[in-house]
Design a protein around this ligand. Structure first.
Ligand code: PLP
Length: 374
């Protein structure tokens, strides 16, 4: 068998991530690799940290990219902030809350679940009940933008509740960062993680995280060693935190960091508020087109994510066949439903660079043909 160079097809990525990566970011990725302790790379790391502070709207000094995907950012928050025996209130309204529960339990903690329907936001009333019934809980964890359903939860209210009951708040912002309003300092979020392949439109495989003073104190006062060597923030800080005195911890994915830097520059050039507005405006355009085809949204209007549109599969349309026709004929990827919603919904992403008029037009015209052929 002859092995050949892999040339991927030119797809339009309108699923739950990865989203289309801009040519600027791909060019950055292909620049020559330098050493990860090269003084110029260290300067780049400092720039990435300050660009991430802007994207997260925070002055937290402990703000940096973890060299692994969003799931590792999630794990970094839990392994550092949860100790054996800790009670953690975990909100689940889709796939990712279930993974938070797994993380808590693998840290030796006890997860108290607050369940909401798939497609609904986290209910602050239920969270308050759980916090009152478990006054010894130490952490509240929830997902801002549930990519599995397209529902957005009220971060500010949930973080306030956590603090009123002496809990730290861990927030999953993998799909929300740069796509919808998110203010780490103004909303007083203690620990947050994101991903690069959703609204940052960067290559997959990196997870920006940020911890505030309160979270750093919690880490400093731990009585057990963090059980993950790779994700122990005390050790990662010695690599990412100390300017020229940086010590080897692992080899940063150097070229992926060029890409992240470029994608963050693009966010800064556009302006964060403008990026949020663009995601909203394009969501409204897509919505008009979908509704004209008789396609209905899963999530109530007030909790819809602009960057992830969950819609019911129209009657008479075969889910798998329709998605493979979109892929093969139009080079267009949209997402399938997950869990309870599998086979019932499609997830249409408008994330980052992919949130633009041409993609909406392509998606609507392709769906129109599929519906016409029912
Ligand atoms: C995509 C996603 C993750 C996981 O990110 P990976 O980069 O796939 O590991 C976690 N949480 C949410 C809400 C996501 O959308």
């Amino acid at each position: 068998m002859t092995q050949n160079t892999f040339y991927p097809p030119a797809r339009t990525l309108m699923g739950p991530g990865p989203s289309d990566v801009s040519p600027r970011v791909l060019q950055a990725l292909s620049r020559p690799t330098i050493g990860h302790l090269d003084p110029q790379f260290i300067d780049l790391m400092d720039e990435i940290k300050s660009l991430l502070q802007y994207a997260f709207q925070t002055e937290n000094t402990l703000t940096m990219p973890i060299s692994a995907p969003g799931s590792a950012g999630m794990e970094a928050c839990f392994v550092n902030l949860v100790e054996p025996g800790d009670k953690v209130i975990v909100c689940q309204n889709g796939v990712f809350g279930g993974r938070m529960k797994e993380n808590v339990e693998r840290c030796g903690g006890q997860a108290i679940m607050v369940m909401d329907d798939w497609g609904s936001p986290v209910d602050p009333g239920k969270v308050e009940e759980a916090l009152k019934s478990h006054p010894d809980a130490r952490v509240l964890a929830f997902v801002h933008a549930e990519t599995s359903t397209g529902a957005s939860s009220d971060v500010k209210t949930l973080v306030e509740l956590a603090h009123r009951h002496d809990c730290l708040a861990i927030v999953d912002a993998v799909t929300s960062l740069a796509g919808s309003e998110l203010r780490v300092d103004a909303w007083d979020i203690d620990a947050i993680y994101s991903g690069t392949q959703k609204c940052l439109s960067c290559v997959p495989g990196i997870s920006p995280v940020s911890f505030n003073e309160r979270a750093q104190q919690r880490i400093a006062n731990r009585t057990h060693k963090v059980q993950s060597w790779f994700l122990d923030m005390n050790l990662i800080m010695a690599y990412w935190g100390k300017g020229a005195k940086r010590a080897y911890h692992h080899t940063a994915p150097v070229n992926a960091m060029y890409a992240l830097h470029e994608s963050l520059l693009m966010v800064q050039e556009e302006g964060l508020e403008n990026a949020w507005q663009r995601h909203y405006d394009n969501h409204m355009k897509l919505r008009t087109g979908l509704e004209a085809l008789g396609i209905q949204f899963v999530v109530d209007e007030k909790s819809r994510l602009p960057q992830l549109n969950s819609v019911y599969i129209p009657e008479g349309v075969d889910d798998a066949k329709a998605r493979s026709r979109l892929l093969e004929t139009y080079n267009l990827e949209i997402g399938a439903g997950l869990g309870d919603l599998a086979g019932k919904v499609w997830r249409i992403g408008l994330m980052g660079y992919a949130s633009k008029a041409e993609n909406i037009a392509l998606c609507i015209s392709a769906l129109k043909e599929i519906l016409a052929d029912r």
